[in-house]
Design a protein around this ligand. Structure first.
Ligand code: NAG
Ligand code: NAG
Ligand code: NAG
Ligand code: NAG
Length: 563
């Protein structure tokens, strides 16, 4: 008993208990022995101890596409002894681990095992094993489909070494016959990136004083007087001509536009039927069109499932705008949180078309279901107790835009896209795009990775710059960092030097603190603390990815002065 108590105290000390989130213990015996592998899906994992599970042996079965070979399992075996590592992982990452292990697709199932530490203590931990029970065989006669790939076995052996598993066991692992194949490039790059993350120089974790002058400019743009006349603001915004930003920012224009979006009188409201999600088109006094994407979730709602699951998040649209400002991506329409009163601001000026898409709910409130690809009569947006609907008010961009399919778009079904399977994908893409466009796509990937928007299947271009439109699929799950979104960066290993210089000086918390500071001028709270922490964690991964690229190609190949 005392040992267990001591062990719990030990686990607690390791896992900074101030965050108060419960953890579970996990027994890893396969690729998750390697810390950089485990961290991909479980960034909170803390190593506790090596341990063995008597009565089981390590074996391999079931082909994995990513690893290009059979993957590890443990099989009941009276003479066996499977070694592994005990990790303590935050409960909130359990779903991500289950997903990685393919619990949902029934590839692996989870159960508890009793493991024994080298000092003889018992620990009960979660373990995953394949549903099948591959028969025991002499190594030489194990058929090819039951052999692991070379990378995979190396990862296990390296992880076992890192975790201090006895050398006789590591030798035993290395004696397994392999199939001669390397894992997919994607897995290899991601493992390398996480390795760089482990050794990230400390400058990327501290604030950079060079940021102060940028912060000052941003504050000047957003901390502005509130009594400007909206009509003149719209005209100024509309007539803005620049090749460095979509809208004016000097002289407090950033804040003035947001204030006009937030406060001007609504003259007419209609459905905005283009697109897949419910949104309204507002015509403001002074003849300015504005999109209104209503709130679908509370800020603390976590979206599970695939990266593009769920409704658009109105706060993601607004968060994206401030993020872009801090990142110096000036090609995005201004966006702000606005509350409209359904009976005072909307219904009196609603078109008949919009009124036809309103229904009363069981509480008697009038609700809107709108007109769009996914709109359904029973998927309504209803006002709160004060009769208000909150949403993102987004300045309507009245320009001729060119639309392109993204080379890194997802397939939206089980089919794999070329970028997911072809190791030389970037080489192919390079021939079809200008350097400027490619660097621009990489900037957008960085932006999307920070908010975790995996839904940019197409992009719009104005004056040769990609415009960041439709950013509502970000901020879904603060516990997941889908590194795939960074594929343009780690596959091409190129980055505009100006982007890199800017990224380098927003380190150490300045990025999220500035978003908070700027959005507070309009009274907006845009995300939970978990999301802000996630943005900072992802920023470190971007630094690590760039370090990985420098490590592979040298900085002169990575940094480009494209435009
Ligand atoms: C914003 O502007 C006001 C009035 O000019 C000033 O008092 C305040 O300090 C400014 N806020 C910041 C964070 O600079
Ligand atoms: C942007 O505009 C300025 C002045 O209008 C011009 O000097 C500069 O060459 C332009 N830059 C690009 C990349 O077009
Ligand atoms: C709306 O109705 C459809 C089919 O009638 C149903 O599948 C769906 O779950 C309903 N949605 C809600 C939010 O009630
Ligand atoms: C908003 C914010 O936190 N800004 C900080 C960025 O970093 C500089 C340099 O350390 C600080 O002085 C700022 O306060």
């Amino acid at each position: 008993m005392r040992c267990v108590v001591l062990l719990m105290i030990f686990i607690c000390m390791l896992c900074d208990c101030d965050k108060h989130e419960a953890r579970f213990l996990y027994f890893a015996y396969g690729s998750n022995l390697l810390k950089s592998r485990l961290l991909i899906n479980c960034p909170s994992a803390v190593f506790i101890t090596a341990a063995k599970v008597p009565g089981y042996r390590l074996d391999f079965d079931k082909y994995s596409d990513n690893w290009c070979g059979a993957v590890a399992t443990i099989v009941a075996d009276a003479d066996g002894e499977a070694w592994g590592a005990i990790w303590a992982i935050k409960d909130s990452e359990l779903a991500a681990l289950d997903r990685q292990e393919g619990v949902n697709s029934k590839k692996y199932c989870a159960k508890n095992v009793k493991a024994i530490t080298p000092l003889g203590h018992d620990i009960t931990a979660r373990v995953y094993h394949i549903n099948s029970e591959p028969p025991k065989m002499q190594p030489e006669i194990i058929p090819l489909q039951r052999r692991p790939g070379n990378t995979y076995l190396q990862v296990i052996a390296l992880g076992a070494y890192e975790c201090g598993i006895p050398s006789h066991y590591i030798e035993y692992v290395q004696r397994f016959p392999v199939n001669g194949r390397r894992a997919k490039e994607k897995i290899i790059s991601q493992l390398d990136i996480y390795e760089y993350l482990n050794y990230l120089p400390s400058q990327y974790k501290t604030k950079n004083s060079k940021f102060l002058s940028i912060q000052k400019k941003l504050i000047n743009s957003f901390n502005s007087t509130r009594n400007a006349n909206p009509a003149t603001i719209w005209v100024e915004a509309e007539n803005w001509i620049s090749n460095t930003s979509l809208y004016p920012q000097e002289n407090g224009m950033g804040g003035k536009i947001l204030h006009a979006l937030q406060a001007s009188q609504i003259a007419l409201v209609d459905n905005a039927p283009k697109g897949t999600q419910l949104k309204l088109l507002l015509l403001m006094e002074g003849n300015q069109k504005v999109y209104f994407k209503p709130r679908r979730y509370n800020l603390d709602h976590v979206i599970n499932g695939n990266i593009y699951a769920g409704f658009d998040r109105h706060n993601s649209e607004v968060f994206a705008y401030y993020l872009a400002m801090v990142l110096n991506f000036k090609w995005i329409p201004p966006s702000v949180i606005r509350r409209v009163h359904l009976h005072k601001d909307i219904i009196p000026v609603a078109t008949s078309g919009l009124r036809k898409t309103m229904v009363k709910n069981d509480k008697g409130s009038t609700c809107i279901y709108g007109k769009c690809f996914y709109c359904k009569v029973n998927d309504t947006v209803c006002p709160n107790d004060r009769g208000e609907v909150e949403g993102a008010a987004i300045l309507y961009l009245d320009k001729q835009l060119k639309v392109f399919k993204s080379p890194w778009r997802r397939s939206y079904n089980a089919k794999r896209m070329e970028w997911e399977t072809d190791n030389d994908y970037c080489m192919k893409i390079k021939g079809t795009l200008s350097l400027r466009r490619l660097l621009n796509l990489i900037d957008v990937a960085i932006f999307d990775f920070l908010i975790q928007n995996g839904d940019r299947h197409r992009y719009e271009v104005y004056k040769e710059s990609i415009i960041l439109l439709d950013n509502g699929k970000g901020l879904g799950n603060p516990h997941i960092d889908e590194l795939d979104i960074l594929a343009p960066l780690y596959q091409c290993c190129m980055l505009a030097i100006s982007t890199w210089q800017h990224l380098e000086i927003i380190s150490g918390g300045n990025l999220s603190e500035t978003i908070k500071l700027l959005s507070a001028f309009q009274g907006n709270k845009l995300a939970t603390e978990e999301h802000f922490r996630a943005i900072e964690r992802r920023l470190l991964k971007i630094y690590a990815t760039v370090q990985y690229c420098i490590g592979r190609h040298g900085s002169s190949k990575v940094f480009r002065s494209g435009f």
